[in-house]
Design a protein around this ligand. Structure first.
Ligand code: FMN
Length: 149
């Protein structure tokens, strides 16, 4: 089974989880990089505004083509109860190219259901989903067994 892990991460939490997932399966891994600057306080405010609107933003071109993989694991933080715009933009850009997807989301506390729904609308029904809080990722307080099966 050929797998790809793709993620967007503003402050490295989703990145940490993505790297842990990737370390447990044989896969390629790629970070989604935003052309919109979401760093710092101004970037945080922009993230809240863009997250709520769900708008598509420009992202850097990708090295790997999702069409080449049996399953693509797609990860994002939650912004304003939705998946972060760069992750949504990746899904939008690659619509119709996924064979199978699994989604993983991180959030301080909430917004997972609406985030997964939005990701599904932009791509397809996922085989599996994984929702973890920032704290759970930081403390490595999770078990990936069923998500990776
Ligand atoms: C712009 C912005 C909006 C956020 N909105 C939410 C939210 O609606 N609900 C929530 O529980 N956490 C929210 N968070 C917290 C992040 O989802 C959480 O810290 C996440 O683990 C960060 O992942 P990252 O380090 O990969 O960017 C928000 C963070 C940012 C920067």
């Amino acid at each position: 089974m050929k797998s790809l892990v793709v993620y967007y991460s503003r402050s490295n939490i989703t990145k940490k989880l993505a790297e842990d997932i990737a370390s447990q399966i044989d896969c390629d891994i790629e970070e989604i990089k935003s052309k919109v600057d979401y760093n710092g306080r101004l970037g945080y405010a922009r993230g809240i505004k863009d997250g709520a609107s769900g708008k598509i933003v420009e992202i850097e071109s990708q090295k790997y083509d999702p069409q080449d993989y049996d399953v693509v694991y797609i990860g994002s933080p939650i912004w304003a109860s939705r998946a972060a715009n760069p992750a949504i933009s990746y899904l939008n850009q690659n619509k119709g190219k996924f064979n199978n997807v699994k989604f993983f989301l991180t959030a301080a506390a909430s917004g997972f259901d609406s985030g997964f729904k939005q990701m599904e609308e932009k791509s397809m029904k996922p085989l599996k989903t994984l929702a973890l809080t920032t704290k759970e990722v930081k403390n490595k307080d999770y078990d990936l067994t069923s998500f990776l099966e």
